[in-house]
Design a protein around this ligand. Structure first.
Ligand code: ATP
Ligand code: MG
Length: 233
């Protein structure tokens, strides 16, 4: 089943057009990546999905319904979760308090604190520590956990592995794979191919605010040289 689609979306910041007729879709159960260099428009695509940006033309579609006019909180209630690039953890609250807020604010469902601590045991070890005492990798785990606790059907992740050491990236890739295997649909933004090649079923390459290429991960492998050119800095 098709969960989400953007259809021919044009998105602007003031007079500057950031997205040009962008169309993407995500089916239930998939891991889909948006790949592209700095300023390509990746975060703007996620913001358009979650309603932080409204397209000046084009449509946002959720399970076949036109939800273009909906606001971020309404789209959250429909089942779209979002981990922004800056992670937005409450620095002065403990790990447990950070999780509690998400539990209270979100939808109910299969993701509970118990399940989060099974997925990320380090968060249980750190439960009474303040958010700002966590390592970068732990903060990302906390940010993902908070989004999971709102029990979305589609989880948007903006550069979850940015700035993390290779070993921690591998750990996060394993976690995201398990989260997907347990039924969560993921739309993941990354600047390079490393994580998408390991994790995603399908890929969109974004440049200059347009979708330049899309295909399966096997297609990407077959066209790797061409795609490296589109994303190299
Ligand atoms: N708040 C804003 N005001 C004005 N222009 C913006 C704003 N946010 C983004 N832009 C512009 O829109 C374009 C797309 O930006 P976007 O943040 O979506 O790129 P990105 O692919 O996420 O880049 P990065 O990899 O650096 O995060 C860029 O030209 C950027 O300068
Ligand atoms: Mg970005």
């Amino acid at each position: 089943m098709k969960l989400l689609a953007l259809e021919s979306c044009n998105v602007t910041y003031g007079k500057a057009q950031a997205l040009h007729s962008v169309s993407i879709e995500v089916a239930q159960g998939e891991v889909v990546s948006l790949i592209g260099r700095n300023g390509a428009g990746k975060s703007t695509i996620l913001k358009t999905i979650i309603g932080l940006k409204q397209p000046v033309s084009g449509r946002r579609v959720w399970k076949g319904d036109d939800v273009t006019a909906r606001l971020p909180n309404q789209l959250g209630r429909l089942g779209i979760g979002y981990v922004p690039e800056d992670r937005r953890i409450f620095d002065n609250l403990t790990v447990h308090e950070n999780l509690r807020i998400a539990t209270v604010m979100g939808r109910t469902g299969a993701w509970t604190e118990t399940r989060i601590f099974e997925m990320f045991p380090v968060l249980l070890d750190r439960a009474s520590q303040a958010g700002n005492t966590l390592s970068g990798g732990e903060q990302q785990m906390l940010a993902i956990s908070r989004a999971l606790l709102t029990n979305p059907e589609l989880l948007l992740l903006d550069e979850p592995t940015e700035g993390l050491a290779p070993l921690i990236v591998d750990e996060l890739v394993d976690s995201m794979r398990r989260i997907n295997e347990e039924g969560m649909t993921l739309l993941l933004v990354e600047q390079n191919l490393r994580v998408p090649m390991k994790l995603a079923h399908r890929q969109y390459v974004v440049d200059n605010g347009t979708v330049q290429w899309s295909g399966t991960t096997a297609d990407l492998l077959a066209n790797r040289e061409e795609i490296e050119k589109l994303i190299s800095v």
